[in-house]
Design a protein around this ligand. Structure first.
Ligand code: NDP
Length: 245
């Protein structure tokens, strides 16, 4: 997918929400979408990081973004419903939702999984995604062409030893994507997932501390697949598991 060349104005008139927009892949995606014409809604935990992304987008002369500070760990269903109402009032419809924010949790033997840790991972990586998607589906249905993009991982497709907590959450994410894609098949809403592949971010450095990060692709270098799925070139694509690398 890296060879896909997006038109400069691919995302003009689209409003796209990106979770975890303050850092790593989410930050790069938000800036990239804005540079292709989208109005981006930056959702994340650390307000300072979101403000820094806001400034980059504004200084580049892109459409004015919006900031939604929200910790996916503690947010309630009502928080998501209120947010969806605000988005509908402000923008009328939502054309794209990139579920990108995730936590890695603890890597280690299955028999040592801590229930506190796995519960937190499932809350942020899965339950929050369910609540956010549920709340936003009505406003996405108001878009002429809406795209829902989930972020998976290689271990969301084939799990491996010591990656239990995170892999289980990514399999759940793939399942959510498939259920929604099937339910909305033939409508104005499509759902797909992306496995970013090894990418130079804080999460990757945490998972592989001994690795030479300079050998990895940067978030900016893997944006072709994200652009493809968010833009109308992919309107026929639904229920697919794509790889960004
Ligand atoms: P980073 O850890 O670099 O960034 C994660 C982002 O998610 C941050 O902006 C972080 O906000 C936000 N976030 C984390 N927890 C919460 C929370 N509770 N509430 C709100 N926001 C939160 O990760 P990557 O950019 O590497 O990963 C992006 C996605 O790609 C993830 O879904 C990850 O699983 C997936 N992925 C990444 C790979 C890689 O090699 N990097 C490989 C395969 C999949 P803050 O900075 O404020 O904490």
């Amino acid at each position: 997918m890296l060879e896909y060349q997006a038109a400069k104005d691919l995302l003009i008139n689209k409003t796209i929400l990106v979770t975890g927009a303050g850092d790593g892949i989410g930050r790069a995606a938000a800036i990239c979408f804005a540079k292709h014409g989208a109005t981006v809604i930056l959702l994340g935990k650390t307000v300072k990081k979101l403000e820094a992304v806001y400034d980059v987008i504004e200084q580049a002369g892109c459409p004015k973004p919006a900031i939604v500070p929200l910790d996916l760990k503690g947010a309630t269903e009502q928080n998501y419903i209120d947010m969806a109402e605000t988005i509908e009032q402000q923008f009328g419809h939502l054309d794209g939702l990139l579920h990108n924010a995730s936590m890695l949790g603890v890597l280690g033997p299955f028999k040592h999984i801590s229930m506190d840790s796995v519960t937190e991972v499932m809350q942020v990586n899965v339950i929050a995604e369910i609540m956010l998607t549920k709340a936003l589906l009505p406003v996405m249905k108001k878009s002429p062409q809406a795209s829902l993009v989930f972020t998976s991982s290689s271990v969301g497709r084939k799990a491996k030893a010591f990656w239990g907590e995170y892999a289980i959450s990514k399999f759940a994410t793939e399942g959510m994507m498939q259920a929604i894609a099937d339910e909305y098949e033939g409508s104005n809403l499509r759902a797909n997932s992306i496995n970013p592949g090894a990418t130079r971010t804080a999460m990757r450095a945490n998972a592989y501390p001994a690795e030479n990060q300079q050998m990895l692709k940067t978030p900016e270098e893997i944006m072709a697949t994200y652009l493809y799925l968010m833009g109308n070139d992919s309107v026929e694509i639904n229920g697919q598991q794509l790889n960004a690398q």
